[in-house]
Design a protein around this ligand. Structure first.
Ligand SMILES: Cc1ncc(COP(=O)(O)O)c(C=O)c1O
Length: 421
């Protein structure tokens, strides 16, 4: 049970072929073919260390946190809080008070929209988003704007899928209260200049929220350097379990916010007619949290730390550049997003001009290749791009150039199958 594969530790430079041994699911056959998993923007696969940690937690440590004085409760609490510390270090060395467990990025953004938004956004205020937002960073603000009478404004994208920064002063204007932007697009792969946007937001007295669902898994992120007021991300997109997300918030802002949910854990004292709130971060963590998955997030962070986020990013640049080059050979494809990997991550969306993305994804699945097809929870962006849906291949640390070649071969084969070419 303790034979956790540590092969990656021996290699300074990331070698996906060696890492693959750490991910048992990659040995699966799908429709008789080796699995080629290219749906990492949706969720990543889990290494043995995470899987074992989950099992070990339930086998040896399971207890509720923060409540018991017995050994198991103390061990569970310490493991749960240990992950919080690792997360705080992982995003730039912030205080643990500023790290709030949520169910995922979606819940983290909803928390801000509910607890901060409903107190601070009024009629006539402006919330600035971009045209490339995931629904998680769109719908909570649409609802808040409807409720309060606030105005939503969108920073447009250009033909390469980059943000148009030239008319920003008119968009991030003095009545702006919040700028909320994805750090890396899950459709276009674009890496947005969030540090500059934070500066522009702050210059107008607005707060800056960054949706980091796609960036924290792939880039070295320092929330203090960005000067983000809020930063949200999900464990499951960075080797960790599902059901755990993180909201980073600056301490003084979180202190001034009302709780999100009410109940146990988030109080300091309750009388029949009154309740006082717990201190940070627990003020925002009502009820029994997702302990096991939070505990098993720690080995995921260890794994990425062992590799080094620079190596993770380098591999991603390499494989994405290769994929963009190979896909550009197929003239019947339209590939979205920036062409220079300096400005993008490894989510590569494309369409075949004649084959529906869903048919394409189903065909690729028959060859063992997992890609996603649809609007990728960014319907307004799809509309902006003039499509209903796209196919998306998204890469992570264990993907290889050979897998890109197999994707390209399968796309050619699909063409023969559907278009008699
Ligand atoms: C950019 C972006 N934001 C938010 C989310 C939502 O994350 P979750 O479903 O983990 O809450 C995703 C998930 O795909 C995403 O890609």
């Amino acid at each position: 049970m303790d034979t956790i594969t540590t092969s990656k530790k021996e290699h300074k430079q990331l070698d996906p072929m060696i890492l693959r041994d750490d991910f048992p699911i990659l040995n699966r056959k799908i429709n008789g073919k080796d699995l080629i998993y290219l749906d990492n923007a949706a969720t990543t696969q889990k290494p043995w260390s995470v899987i074992e940690s989950l099992r070990r937690y339930y086998e040896y440590q399971n207890a509720n946190v923060h409540r018991g004085l017995h050994t198991l409760a103390e061990e569970a609490t310490s493991a749960f809080e240990n992950t919080r510390e690792k997360v705080a270090q992982f995003i730039g060395g912030v205080k643990t008070e500023e790290i709030i467990y949520t169910r995922g990025t979606t819940e983290a953004i909803n928390l801000v929209a509910y607890s901060w938004g409903r107190k601070n956004i009024k009629e006539g205020d402006r919330i600035v988003l971009t045209e490339m937002e995931h629904h998680a960073n769109l719908v909570p603000w649409i609802v808040l704007a409807k409720e309060t009478g606030a105005e939503l404004r969108y920073i447009p994208i250009d033909v390469d899928g980059m943000l148009q920064m030239d008319n920003l002063d008119q968009i991030i204007a003095p009545d702006t209260k919040l700028v909320s932007v994805t750090h890396m697009s899950n459709v276009l792969g674009t890496i947005n200049p969030v540090k500059e946007l934070a500066e522009r937001a702050h210059a107008q007295g607005a707060l800056m929220l960054v949706d980091g669902a796609q960036s924290v898994p792939h880039l070295q992120v320092n929330v203090k350097d960005i000067d983000a007021d809020f930063y949200a991300f999900s464990a499951h997109k960075m080797l960790g379990p599902t059901g755990v997300g993180i909201l980073y918030g600056k301490e003084e802002i979180l202190e001034n916010m009302e709780p999100f949910n009410y109940g146990g854990e988030m109080i300091s004292e309750v009388r029949f007619d009154h309740a006082d709130w717990n201190s940070l971060p627990w003020k925002f963590e009502a009820g029994t949290p997702n302990i096991a998955d939070a505990v098993a997030f720690a080995p995921a962070l260890d794994y990425l730390n062992d590799l080094g986020m620079e190596a993770v990013r380098e591999h991603e640049k390499e494989i994405t550049a290769y994929a963009l080059r190979r896909l550009s050979e197929l003239k019947y494809l339209r590939v979205f997003g920036p062409t220079d990997v300096k400005h993008r991550g490894g989510a590569v969306s494309f369409i075949d001009r004649e084959i529906h993305p869903h048919d394409l994804a189903t065909f690729l699945d028959s060859r063992g290749i997992a890609v996603r097809a649809g609007h990728h929870c960014a319907q307004p962006l799809a509309k902006r791009l003039g499509v209903v849906s796209t196919a998306r291949a998204s890469f992570y640390i264990y993907n290889t150039m050979e897998e890109v070649d197999k994707l390209v071969e399968a796309l050619k084969e699909a063409r023969r199958y559907f278009c008699n070419e």
